[in-house]
Design a protein around this ligand. Sequence first.
Ligand code: WQD
Length: 359
Amino acid sequence: MILLTGGTGYIASHTAVALAQAGWRCVLLDNLANSPASTVQALTRITGSAPVWVQGDVRDGTLLDDLLARYPIQAVVHAASLKAVGEGGAQPSLYYDSNVSGTLSLLQAMQRAGLRRLVFSSSSTVYGNPSQTCLDENAPLAPLSPEARTKVMVEQILTDVAASHPDWRITSLRCFNPVGAHPSGLLGEAPRGQTLNLLTVMAQAAARQRPPLSLFGNDYPTPDGTGVRDYIHVMDLGQGHLAALRQMLSPEVDGSSGQGAVPRADGPAAASAAAAWPQRYQVLNLGRGQGVSVLQLLQAFEQHTGQRVPYQVAPRRLGDAACWFADTRRAQHALGWQAELGLAEMCTGAWRWQQRSHR
Ligand code: WQD
């Protein structure tokens, strides 16, 4: 079984779909601070099997001890994290407590249980406002917000924890811009507050659920003057987390006898697993490796949904970079994974989710 902290959240819930469809049982832990409990029913409808659902907080060590004793957890996907850049600036202590103290609580509970397999859902925000455009994992870390600084701190903690005991296997996945929704329309981004991410804002503007999109700057040094990012479908991110677990729990890497009901990748992915794991800790970019501008995404949205997105050009947003996207070669080599879904699936999924979630 796999424990997913932040399990009813955007990335973790889509990871739970990928895990269930690959034959894994999941335990979802979430305090519902930024996602609805209805996600559990959606997962049950999509996968045909009900995940174990525990409402609680990773900062509750007693709850974690009970959960790790009750279920045969083989690894943890740690995605419990507050992630609104603006809110983090307004409430930094809340973000450091939730994101950093929460991680420390989880690590201590895992050590008490002798469990040392962890996939951390990190973020491309650790790169800040980079000078280069194509970012590999060695690019400088220059976080610009408390939210991003919590991600960098957690990665540093994980580096030290991995070095502290030979049994640790830890992977940090730096997710670039997650967008889209499960094709059923039953699952998508459902934050408590108002979302600010581009594709969701576009869908809301197209549905006339909000004023026209403010296009933050069309005078960047990019082909059409608008900001360029690496948008990746959240279902691809789910597959990326699954691939990281398969590598981590493969006999070549896990070092175990390979017993247990863990479905494994065979062939080249398993073979590359051992070759690509030289130490106990690794960091991998999860992106599509392609830069897409705001206007390109807007045109793709209108083309694939048939909806018009009203917008107006506005001044640049403070802290925004002109252009960056992921160098994904390390993840491809280590995990045998690469993103497969394109703009059409991103846009149609976001539109279908907007229509259903608004109803
Ligand atoms: C994308 C582009 C904006 C909104 C965020 C967060 C972080 C991380 C990645 C996961 C930029 C433009 C946006 C709008 C616009 N996620 N834009 N009008 O800022 O790259 O990063 O997602 O961990 O949560 O940092 O994403 O969607 O906000 O912006 O013109 O109303 O769209 O200027 O060029 P960003 P975004």
